[in-house]
Structure formats: structure tokens, C-alpha cells
Design a protein around this ligand. Structure first.
Ligand SMILES: [Zn+2]
Ligand SMILES: [Zn+2]
Length: 425
């Protein structure tokens, strides 16, 4: 397959490039020119080409919870959102703590998936927090990081060992930073709103004490620490100070943490229930500052599908989590780029080049010659309302249903093949 994208604005932060030109792909790679005429020519007028977006935090639910999402449906939703690679968290059933499960996911992704899937392995066996998983074996099978996302590693000694041990394999340890004793039975941010609503609160410190602990352990061990879904001003500041000290720590946030506050919980809609919970305006502002000054390296979705049946339970009983693949790019464009928090290049960097560097995704996150031809073509003029009917994900648990956006993915290309084209009229 020889592909030519003609006359397009190319924004590639890995090369500090922002200029109009052509992109060529042949045999799944970016090339400077084609060996013979193109099989497919895409007109790039009024569009923007960027490296394929990499989402470093998602839950594909397969194996084990196929009623919520599968590799097939999840990767289609990702492609629609302009995402060409996803890291999937290990809290599947069985958990990703053994090589056959990693192999199963990779095989399924190859057969039924349309974007690249990179499994994250468990830090501890069954994410039970007691015994390190066989990280070397998992790495050989194909994981790109370890995490007990959802069940934080509460034992500091085990977290220390994980950070020490993974250094050998250059595998980041992704920390879901939560002190379960502090957050215990909480369902939303602890604030004026939780008092008014009569819902049990989760203090910001439940996140921050673990961010602080893990930074200290990263300093002690020299391990690679990546903080997942930063949601509070205090966490941003801890990461900022740690980076200043030269500690190897990186961090991600999610669109909901720079877009929404816990005011939206007031309607008792379980689609506003996620973990960590939505915080307050000063946290939202601090997350934006953290994105702008480089403290926060990545923007990830924490795509967490749950069925309508589960989310329709009362707020207290509904599970935490929202879907995010299909709104990631539009939220970044509208909330960060249009509002001048980040330049377009700065925003794209956090979903391409930075993730590729942190998780050692060779040949991805860039449009350099020789790179894998994962490309996202953005239509900045596309305006639409995000409706439930349009959702490709198997679950529809999004707080952004009904929101109007401008700008989204027009074409998604994975390994030189077009996997998604927006149908619009
Ligand atoms: Zn988490
Ligand atoms: Zn998660």
C-alpha cells in the first residue's frame, strides 16, 4: 500500500515541525518518496496531519468483561477518536499477570483490533499487592509498563522493590496514587459539594500522600515512575518539585480533570463518578498550569467502560469510570488549544512524542522518515454534537454527551492503512 497525503499542514512535535507539505507512506512506514505512484491519495487541504495519537491509559475490559467493551469495539472507538495506539490496564479477568494473558491480548488485537494495543502488566500477582508479578516474563511477552491501576500498591516495601526491579527492564511503574484508607467508601471529592449532596467524600490527600510516597521511592531507587491521572493542585506541585530535583518521574492527566469540576456531580449523574474524582476549580486551573509548564507530560483518557445497567444504579453504588476515546481529541482542541493553554504542537506532543518516549514505543509518536506510519488527520472545522447514538464504544458512560465540539479526527491511519474515515455531510 502506497499512500500520499497531499498538501497538508504537518504538525510533528518530535521534529518541531509545523509546515505544509506531503506525507508518503509505503509498506507501513513513512518514506520521503514513493517507489511508484500512490495507490491512494488523500487531499489534505484545510486539514492537519499529526503523528498517530497514543493513549497511555485505557481499559479494554477483555478478557473477562466483554459486556462492557472488547478489543474489537474498544479499538474502533479509539480509531474514531484519532487514537492509533492504546495502552491497556491489567485489571482484566484474568489479570495481566501472566504471559498467556499478554499473548491472548496481543493475538486478539492483531486479529480483531484496528489500532495498536500495548498491554500493561500487573505490578503484583492479581494486583493483590502482596507479591511482585513475574515482570521479566511479562516483559518478554510484550508489556510496556507495569501498574496495579485501580488497586494501588499500598505496601511501600513492595513498591520500592517494583521500582528497583523494573529498572533492569526500563519499564515504567504506573502509579494509581490512592491511599485506600483515606479514600475509603468515598464516592466523590470531599468538598462543599459533597456536604450539600450528602455523599461521602474523598479528600485530595488520598491522592497526594501516595504521589509523595512514590516520588520518594523513585528518588530512593532511581526507578521510572509514571503518575496516572493527576487530578489535584497538590499532586501537580509534588511532581513539579520532584522534576526540579531530577527525580525520574513523569505524569499524565485526563481531559475530565482539565474540563470539569465536582459541581457537575450535583445532578447525581453516575457519569460524573470517576476515580480520582472530579475536583474543584483551583485544581482544574493547576492541572492546566501543569500541562503548560511541562510538569504533566501526557494526556490520557483512562477510558473505563461500564454498562448502562451498572451506571444506572444510585450514585453511591455505581462503579467509578467514564469512557474517553471518542472525546479526547476534541476536548484537547477546544479546552486547551482554543483557550490558549497549550499550542497545537504542545498539545499534540502530550499525546504522541512524550508517550512514545516514556513507554519506549519505538518508531511511534513521530512522522520522521522510517517511522511506523501511524497518522491522525484532524479536521479543525468539523463541528458536531457528541451524542449517545454516535458512540462506537460498547458502553456509553460519558459526562460529555450533548456537548458541542469543533475539531476532531477525519482520518486515522495505522501502520500505513486507513482504519477510520469520518462520514460527514
Ligand atoms: Zn487508576
Ligand atoms: Zn484506569
Amino acid at each position: 500500500m502506497r499512500l500520499q497525503i497531499k498538501n497538508i499542514r504537518i504538525v510533528d512535535p518530535s521534529q518541531k515541525k509545523d509546515s505544509v507539505g506531503d506525507i508518503f507512506a509505503e509498506n507501513g512506514r513513512i518514506v520521503s518518496k514513493l517507489s511508484s505512484s500512490a495507490d491512494k491519495v488523500i487531499d489534505g487541504k484545510n486539514k492537519i496531519a499529526v503523528p498517530g495519537l497514543i493513549d497511555v491509559h485505557s481499559h479494554l475490559r477483555e478478557p473477562g468483561q466483554e459486556g462492557k467493551e472488547t478489543i474489537k469495539t474498544g479499538t474502533r472507538a479509539a480509531a474514531k477518536g484519532g487514537i492509533t495506539s492504546v495502552l491497556c490496564m491489567p485489571n482484566t479477568k484474568p489479570a495481566i499477570d501472566n504471559a498467556p494473558t499478554v499473548e491472548f491480548i496481543l493475538l486478539k488485537a492483531q486479529k480483531e483490533g484496528i489500532v495498536n494495543v500495548f498491554p500493561v502488566g500487573c505490578v503484583t500477582k492479581s494486583s493483590a499487592g502482596e507479591e511482585l508479578s513475574e515482570i521479566g516474563v511479562l516483559k518478554k511477552a510484550g508489556i510496556v509498563a507495569v501498574s496495579d491501576d485501580g488497586s494501588p500498591v499500598s505496601n511501600s516495601q513492595i513498591m520500592r522493590r517494583a521500582l528497583e526491579y523494573t529498572k533492569m527492564f526500563k519499564l515504567p511503574v504506573i502509579s494509581h496514587s490512592e491511599d485506600k484508607e483515606l479514600s475509603k467508601s468515598g464516592v466523590m471529592n470531599e468538598s462543599k459539594n459533597s456536604m450539600i449532596l450528602g455523599l461521602r467524600g474523598i479528600p485530595k490527600q488520598a491522592e497526594e500522600v501516595m504521589v509523595a510516597r512514590d516520588i520518594m521511592l523513585a528518588e530512593l531507587t532511581g526507578g521510572y515512575l509514571h503518575i496516572a491521572h493527576v487530578s489535584t493542585a497538590g499532586s501537580v506541585e509534588l511532581v513539579r518539585q520532584a522534576k526540579k530535583k531530577g527525580i525520574k518521574v513523569t505524569a499524565e492527566t485526563c481531559p475530565h480533570y482539565f474540563t470539569l469540576t465536582d459541581d457537575v456531580v450535583r445532578v447525581y449523574d453516575a457519569n460524573t463518578k470517576m476515580n480520582p474524582p472530579l475536583r474543584e476549580i483551583k485544581d482544574v486551573e493547576a492541572v492546566k498550569v501543569g500541562l503548560a509548564d511541562g510538569t504533566i507530560d501526557c494526556i490520557a483518557t483512562d477510558h473505563a467502560p461500564h454498562t448502562a445497567e451498572e451506571k444506572n444504579k444510585e450514585f453511591d453504588l455505581a462503579p467509578f469510570g467514564i469512557i474517553g476515546f471518542e472525546t479526547l481529541l476534541s476536548l484537547v482542541l477546544n479546552e486547551l488549544v482554543d483557550k490558549k493553554v497549550l499550542s497545537l504542537s504542545g498539545a499534540i506532543e502530550k499525546m504522541t512524542h512524550n508517550p512514545a518516549l516514556i513507554f519506549n514505543l519505538e518508531g511511534r509518536g513521530t512522522l520522521k522518515e522510517g517511522a511506523i506510519a501511524d497518522i491522525t488527520i484532524i479536521d479543525p472545522k468539523y463541528s458536531y454534537e457528541f451524542t449517545k447514538e454516535s458512540i462506537l464504544s460498547k458502553s456509553k458512560n460519558s459526562p460529555f454527551i450533548g456537548r458541542k465540539f469543533q475539531g476532531g479526527a477525519a482520518i486515522t491511519i495505522v501502520n500505513g492503512k486507513i482504519v477510520y474515515t469520518a462520514i460527514r455531510d
